[in-house]
Design a binder for this molecule. Structure first.
Ligand code: OAD
Length: 254
Protein backbone atom coordinates (compact mmCIF):
# COMPACT_ATOMS: atom_id res chain seq x y z
CA UNK A 1 0.00 0.00 0.00
CA UNK A 2 1.32 3.47 -0.93
CA UNK A 3 2.34 5.66 2.01
CA UNK A 4 0.51 8.89 2.81
CA UNK A 5 3.25 11.12 1.35
CA UNK A 6 3.04 9.40 -2.00
CA UNK A 7 -0.79 9.59 -1.96
CA UNK A 8 -0.60 13.31 -1.17
CA UNK A 9 1.81 13.74 -4.09
CA UNK A 10 -0.56 11.87 -6.44
CA UNK A 11 -3.54 13.90 -5.19
CA UNK A 12 -1.64 17.15 -5.73
CA UNK A 13 -0.70 16.10 -9.27
CA UNK A 14 -4.37 15.34 -10.03
CA UNK A 15 -5.43 18.72 -8.59
CA UNK A 16 -2.71 20.49 -10.60
CA UNK A 17 -4.03 18.93 -13.84
CA UNK A 18 -7.70 19.71 -13.04
CA UNK A 19 -9.62 22.61 -14.57
CA UNK A 20 -13.14 21.69 -13.47
CA UNK A 21 -12.84 20.46 -9.92
CA UNK A 22 -15.76 19.92 -7.56
CA UNK A 23 -15.73 19.02 -3.87
CA UNK A 24 -18.36 17.02 -2.03
CA UNK A 25 -18.13 17.53 1.72
CA UNK A 26 -19.79 16.06 4.78
CA UNK A 27 -19.79 16.41 8.55
CA UNK A 28 -16.20 15.15 8.84
CA UNK A 29 -14.75 18.36 7.40
CA UNK A 30 -16.32 20.34 10.26
CA UNK A 31 -15.23 18.04 13.11
CA UNK A 32 -12.00 20.03 13.52
CA UNK A 33 -14.23 23.11 13.98
CA UNK A 34 -15.84 21.45 17.00
CA UNK A 35 -19.03 20.21 15.32
CA UNK A 36 -19.66 16.51 15.96
CA UNK A 37 -20.56 14.19 13.06
CA UNK A 38 -23.82 12.23 12.76
CA UNK A 39 -22.48 8.67 12.70
CA UNK A 40 -19.78 6.84 14.59
CA UNK A 41 -18.28 7.48 18.02
CA UNK A 42 -19.50 10.75 19.53
CA UNK A 43 -21.91 11.21 16.63
CA UNK A 44 -25.26 12.97 17.05
CA UNK A 45 -27.24 9.88 16.09
CA UNK A 46 -25.59 8.01 18.99
CA UNK A 47 -27.25 10.46 21.39
CA UNK A 48 -30.60 10.96 19.71
CA UNK A 49 -32.71 8.75 17.47
CA UNK A 50 -32.86 10.47 14.05
CA UNK A 51 -36.22 8.87 13.22
CA UNK A 52 -37.66 10.31 16.44
CA UNK A 53 -36.22 13.83 16.12
CA UNK A 54 -34.78 14.43 12.63
CA UNK A 55 -37.67 13.17 10.49
CA UNK A 56 -40.21 15.57 9.01
CA UNK A 57 -43.04 13.54 10.59
CA UNK A 58 -41.54 14.20 14.05
CA UNK A 59 -41.32 17.93 13.35
CA UNK A 60 -44.89 18.06 12.12
CA UNK A 61 -46.32 16.09 15.02
CA UNK A 62 -44.20 17.50 17.85
CA UNK A 63 -42.36 20.69 16.83
CA UNK A 64 -41.63 21.84 20.40
CA UNK A 65 -39.77 18.62 21.22
CA UNK A 66 -37.75 18.65 17.97
CA UNK A 67 -36.80 22.26 18.65
CA UNK A 68 -35.71 21.44 22.22
CA UNK A 69 -33.82 18.26 21.43
CA UNK A 70 -32.34 19.00 18.01
CA UNK A 71 -32.51 22.53 16.62
CA UNK A 72 -31.47 24.56 19.69
CA UNK A 73 -28.49 22.31 20.38
CA UNK A 74 -27.26 22.52 16.79
CA UNK A 75 -27.75 26.31 16.74
CA UNK A 76 -25.63 26.60 19.88
CA UNK A 77 -22.80 24.54 18.34
CA UNK A 78 -22.86 26.46 15.06
CA UNK A 79 -22.68 29.96 16.54
CA UNK A 80 -19.31 29.08 18.11
CA UNK A 81 -17.79 27.29 15.10
CA UNK A 82 -15.15 28.75 12.79
CA UNK A 83 -13.68 27.40 9.54
CA UNK A 84 -10.69 25.08 9.95
CA UNK A 85 -7.75 24.16 7.69
CA UNK A 86 -9.97 21.83 5.65
CA UNK A 87 -12.44 24.60 4.73
CA UNK A 88 -9.55 27.00 4.15
CA UNK A 89 -7.79 24.46 1.94
CA UNK A 90 -10.81 24.25 -0.36
CA UNK A 91 -10.92 28.04 -0.56
CA UNK A 92 -7.22 28.03 -1.50
CA UNK A 93 -7.88 25.45 -4.22
CA UNK A 94 -10.60 27.76 -5.58
CA UNK A 95 -8.13 30.66 -5.64
CA UNK A 96 -5.67 28.42 -7.49
CA UNK A 97 -8.30 27.80 -10.20
CA UNK A 98 -8.87 24.14 -9.28
CA UNK A 99 -12.08 23.76 -7.26
CA UNK A 100 -14.97 25.61 -8.90
CA UNK A 101 -17.88 24.49 -6.72
CA UNK A 102 -18.40 22.85 -3.34
CA UNK A 103 -21.43 20.63 -2.85
CA UNK A 104 -21.85 20.30 0.90
CA UNK A 105 -24.18 18.18 2.97
CA UNK A 106 -23.34 20.43 5.91
CA UNK A 107 -25.72 23.12 7.11
CA UNK A 108 -23.09 25.06 9.10
CA UNK A 109 -22.10 27.75 6.57
CA UNK A 110 -18.38 27.21 7.24
CA UNK A 111 -17.35 26.96 3.56
CA UNK A 112 -18.83 30.41 2.94
CA UNK A 113 -17.20 31.68 6.14
CA UNK A 114 -13.86 30.45 4.75
CA UNK A 115 -14.49 32.50 1.59
CA UNK A 116 -15.57 29.82 -0.91
CA UNK A 117 -17.78 31.55 -3.43
CA UNK A 118 -19.88 28.81 -5.03
CA UNK A 119 -21.33 26.51 -2.36
CA UNK A 120 -24.32 24.29 -3.02
CA UNK A 121 -26.02 23.63 0.31
CA UNK A 122 -27.42 20.24 -0.62
CA UNK A 123 -29.20 19.73 2.74
CA UNK A 124 -30.11 23.39 3.22
CA UNK A 125 -28.83 25.84 5.79
CA UNK A 126 -29.25 26.24 9.52
CA UNK A 127 -28.52 29.96 9.21
CA UNK A 128 -32.10 30.80 8.21
CA UNK A 129 -35.51 29.91 9.56
CA UNK A 130 -38.42 29.14 7.24
CA UNK A 131 -42.16 29.21 7.86
CA UNK A 132 -43.74 25.78 7.38
CA UNK A 133 -46.95 27.46 6.16
CA UNK A 134 -45.97 30.41 3.95
CA UNK A 135 -42.22 29.74 3.30
CA UNK A 136 -41.14 33.18 4.51
CA UNK A 137 -37.49 33.22 5.64
CA UNK A 138 -36.25 34.82 8.87
CA UNK A 139 -32.84 35.34 10.43
CA UNK A 140 -32.40 33.81 13.89
CA UNK A 141 -31.93 37.31 15.34
CA UNK A 142 -35.36 38.36 14.04
CA UNK A 143 -37.30 35.85 16.13
CA UNK A 144 -37.80 35.27 19.84
CA UNK A 145 -36.81 31.85 21.15
CA UNK A 146 -38.40 32.35 24.55
CA UNK A 147 -40.93 29.71 23.61
CA UNK A 148 -40.30 27.16 20.89
CA UNK A 149 -41.26 26.64 18.18
CA UNK A 150 -41.07 30.29 17.14
CA UNK A 151 -43.93 31.51 14.99
CA UNK A 152 -44.22 33.35 11.70
CA UNK A 153 -46.31 36.53 11.27
CA UNK A 154 -48.87 34.28 9.52
CA UNK A 155 -48.93 32.12 12.72
CA UNK A 156 -47.21 29.22 10.94
CA UNK A 157 -44.41 27.32 12.69
CA UNK A 158 -40.80 28.30 11.97
CA UNK A 159 -38.06 25.74 11.43
CA UNK A 160 -34.43 25.86 10.27
CA UNK A 161 -34.21 25.82 6.48
CA UNK A 162 -32.62 22.36 6.40
CA UNK A 163 -33.60 19.07 4.83
CA UNK A 164 -34.90 16.51 7.33
CA UNK A 165 -35.28 12.78 6.78
CA UNK A 166 -38.36 12.12 4.67
CA UNK A 167 -37.97 15.36 2.68
CA UNK A 168 -36.92 15.90 -0.93
CA UNK A 169 -33.74 17.68 -1.97
CA UNK A 170 -34.49 20.94 -3.80
CA UNK A 171 -34.83 19.91 -7.48
CA UNK A 172 -32.76 22.82 -8.81
CA UNK A 173 -29.87 22.02 -6.45
CA UNK A 174 -30.10 18.32 -7.20
CA UNK A 175 -29.97 18.85 -10.97
CA UNK A 176 -27.09 21.30 -10.75
CA UNK A 177 -25.14 18.96 -8.46
CA UNK A 178 -25.70 15.98 -10.74
CA UNK A 179 -24.67 17.99 -13.80
CA UNK A 180 -21.51 19.28 -12.10
CA UNK A 181 -20.67 15.76 -10.97
CA UNK A 182 -21.13 14.39 -14.48
CA UNK A 183 -18.94 17.05 -16.09
CA UNK A 184 -16.18 17.70 -13.54
CA UNK A 185 -12.68 16.35 -14.14
CA UNK A 186 -11.88 16.01 -10.42
CA UNK A 187 -14.00 15.33 -7.37
CA UNK A 188 -12.65 15.70 -3.83
CA UNK A 189 -14.87 13.76 -1.44
CA UNK A 190 -14.08 14.99 2.05
CA UNK A 191 -15.45 13.88 5.42
CA UNK A 192 -18.57 12.03 4.39
CA UNK A 193 -19.56 8.49 5.31
CA UNK A 194 -21.20 8.36 1.84
CA UNK A 195 -24.21 6.57 3.24
CA UNK A 196 -27.04 9.04 2.59
CA UNK A 197 -28.54 9.25 -0.88
CA UNK A 198 -28.71 11.09 -3.18
CA UNK A 199 -25.48 12.86 -2.07
CA UNK A 200 -23.62 9.56 -1.78
CA UNK A 201 -24.32 8.87 -5.44
CA UNK A 202 -22.62 12.04 -6.73
CA UNK A 203 -19.08 10.53 -6.60
CA UNK A 204 -20.41 7.55 -8.59
CA UNK A 205 -21.73 9.94 -11.26
CA UNK A 206 -18.39 11.77 -11.26
CA UNK A 207 -16.32 8.61 -11.64
CA UNK A 208 -18.56 7.29 -14.42
CA UNK A 209 -18.26 10.66 -16.17
CA UNK A 210 -14.47 10.27 -16.21
CA UNK A 211 -13.51 12.39 -13.21
CA UNK A 212 -10.60 11.52 -10.92
CA UNK A 213 -12.08 10.93 -7.46
CA UNK A 214 -10.00 11.66 -4.35
CA UNK A 215 -11.38 10.72 -0.95
CA UNK A 216 -10.14 12.24 2.32
CA UNK A 217 -11.42 10.55 5.47
CA UNK A 218 -9.73 8.85 8.45
CA UNK A 219 -11.99 5.82 7.88
CA UNK A 220 -12.76 3.80 4.76
CA UNK A 221 -16.25 4.28 3.28
CA UNK A 222 -18.33 2.41 0.68
CA UNK A 223 -16.51 4.53 -1.96
CA UNK A 224 -13.01 3.49 -0.87
CA UNK A 225 -11.17 1.40 -3.47
CA UNK A 226 -14.37 1.09 -5.51
CA UNK A 227 -15.28 4.58 -6.67
CA UNK A 228 -12.37 6.67 -5.41
CA UNK A 229 -9.15 6.57 -7.46
CA UNK A 230 -7.21 7.66 -4.39
CA UNK A 231 -8.15 7.31 -0.75
CA UNK A 232 -6.19 9.37 1.78
CA UNK A 233 -6.88 8.04 5.24
CA UNK A 234 -6.54 10.95 7.65
CA UNK A 235 -8.09 14.16 8.98
CA UNK A 236 -9.25 16.74 6.44
CA UNK A 237 -7.38 19.76 7.83
CA UNK A 238 -3.90 18.27 7.81
CA UNK A 239 -4.28 16.42 4.52
CA UNK A 240 -5.83 19.39 2.71
CA UNK A 241 -2.97 21.63 3.81
CA UNK A 242 -0.41 19.08 2.61
CA UNK A 243 -2.15 18.85 -0.79
CA UNK A 244 -2.50 22.63 -1.13
CA UNK A 245 1.20 23.06 -0.28
CA UNK A 246 2.24 20.61 -3.00
CA UNK A 247 -0.13 22.08 -5.61
CA UNK A 248 1.29 25.49 -4.85
CA UNK A 249 4.85 24.18 -5.47
CA UNK A 250 3.71 22.57 -8.74
CA UNK A 251 2.07 25.81 -9.92
CA UNK A 252 5.16 27.87 -9.04
CA UNK A 253 7.48 25.55 -10.92
CA UNK A 254 5.29 25.24 -14.03
P1 OAD B 1 -21.40 11.25 8.87
O1 OAD B 1 -21.49 11.58 10.31
O2 OAD B 1 -22.24 10.13 8.36
O3 OAD B 1 -19.90 10.89 8.49
C1 OAD B 1 -18.83 11.70 8.89
C2 OAD B 1 -17.58 11.17 8.24
O4 OAD B 1 -16.49 12.00 8.61
C3 OAD B 1 -17.19 9.73 8.63
O5 OAD B 1 -16.96 8.95 7.48
C4 OAD B 1 -15.89 9.92 9.43
O6 OAD B 1 -14.97 8.84 9.26
C5 OAD B 1 -15.35 11.19 8.81
N1 OAD B 1 -14.39 11.95 9.64
C6 OAD B 1 -14.19 11.90 10.97
N2 OAD B 1 -13.22 12.77 11.36
C7 OAD B 1 -12.79 13.39 10.24
C8 OAD B 1 -11.81 14.39 9.96
N3 OAD B 1 -11.09 14.95 10.93
N4 OAD B 1 -11.65 14.76 8.66
C9 OAD B 1 -12.37 14.21 7.66
N5 OAD B 1 -13.32 13.26 7.88
C10 OAD B 1 -13.53 12.87 9.14
O7 OAD B 1 -21.67 12.62 8.07
P2 OAD B 1 -22.20 12.83 6.59
O8 OAD B 1 -21.61 11.85 5.65
O9 OAD B 1 -22.03 14.27 6.29
O10 OAD B 1 -28.34 14.47 6.71
O11 OAD B 1 -23.73 12.51 6.76
C11 OAD B 1 -24.58 12.67 5.67
C12 OAD B 1 -25.93 13.12 6.12
O12 OAD B 1 -26.43 12.22 7.12
C13 OAD B 1 -25.96 14.46 6.82
O13 OAD B 1 -25.96 15.55 5.93
C14 OAD B 1 -27.23 14.38 7.61
C15 OAD B 1 -27.05 13.00 8.17
O14 OAD B 1 -28.17 12.33 8.56
C16 OAD B 1 -29.53 14.92 7.13
O15 OAD B 1 -29.71 15.28 8.27
C17 OAD B 1 -30.58 14.95 6.06
Amino acid sequence: MADLNSLVEQAAQACFRSRRGVALTGAGISIESGIPPFRGKGGLWEKIDPMKYAHIDALESNPAEVWQVLFLGIADLLTKAEPNEGHKGLRQLEQMGIVQTIITQNVDGLHQAAGSSDVIEFHGTHAKLRCMSCDQRYSWEAVSLETVPPKCGCSGTLRPDVIMFGEMIDMGLLHRSQKLSATCDLMLVIGTSATVEPASYLPVIARHGGAFVIEINPEPTPLTNRISNLSLLGPAGDIMQQIVGKVSELQKSS
